[in-house]
Write a protein that binds this ligand. Structure first.
Ligand code: PGA
Length: 243
């Protein structure tokens, strides 16, 4: 793993925005895997402001988001679809048809997961997968446990993951869905390149276990150790427990 440390999250976000915009210009039909949550907010802010200021050609870019809550979809408060519209998609000239989202309202969730795997494959696979990490070591909604799922699947959310997402639902934990659809470990590891961002001291233990610990289903992010092109971008807090 290639570990990069930054003084703060703004420098991290600005560095990554520069790299992504460069990657877009080198490969206009790039396929991006995108995360939600608090961590990428600064990155999306930076990307949309640069896209508005300068010429960034989004016309052929394709994206696939990591996950979505079961029961929620486009236009729903708290959905990751709404988050992505607000943070990025409504500010750049991406084609709606090129945006890949899981539909948490699908009548047949297993079929929706299979559709997503096929769509990623049909797009030629993900070029750059961006990730955050949960304080419990999850990536996407691949939660710590006895076993992990390879492909896109229905995931049961851990209590701490639901608590971490309560902000999307006005702080009301009872409104946070109990299940989500998520790319699986193989879906993520098939990306040609992976960039994981982590900010804040509350991520420092998970980051240290991901990098220095054994590969274990107890820390799903530790599986990134088997991928040959992973960059981990950390602010001071998140990198505090590394050797
Ligand atoms: P966060 O979530 O960016 O809101 O901390 C990251 C994650 O849970 O993957």
């Amino acid at each position: 793993m290639n570990i990069e440390r930054f003084d703060n999250e703004d420098v991290l976000a600005s560095t990554l925005a520069t790299r992504l915009i460069e990657a877009l210009s080198l490969k206009p039909r790039i396929v991006l895997g995108l995360p939600t949550g608090r961590t990428p907010v600064a990155l999306y802010r930076e990307i949309r402001s640069r896209s508005q200021r300068g010429h960034v050609d989004w016309s052929q870019v394709r994206t696939f988001n990591l996950d979505e809550f079961v029961g929620l979809g486009a236009g729903d408060e708290g959905s990751y679809c709404s988050y992505m519209q607000a943070e990025l998609f409504s500010h750049v000239r991406i084609e709606a048809i090129n945006i890949g989202m899981l539909d948490g309202r699908a009548a047949n969730l297993a079929a929706e997961c299979a559709r997503y795997e096929r769509a990623i494959e049909d797009a030629g696979g993900i070029d750059i997968q961006l990730l955050g990490i949960g304080a419990n070591g999850h990536i996407g909604f691949n939660e710590p446990g006895e076993a992990l799922e390879a492909e896109t699947h229905v995931a049961v959310l851990c209590a701490e993951t639901r608590a971490a997402n309560a902000g999307l639902f006005g702080g009301d934990l009872s409104r946070v869905p109990t299940h989500a659809l998520s790319m699986g470990m193989a879906t993520i590891l098939h990306a040609r390149e992976i960039v994981l961002m982590a900010t804040g001291a509350e991520k420092s233990a998970a980051v240290a276990e991901m990098i220095d610990g054994p590969i274990t289903t107890r820390v799903p992010a530790s599986f990134l150790q088997v991928h040959s092109r992973v960059t981990v971008m950390l602010d001071r807090g998140a990198g505090a427990r590394l050797a």
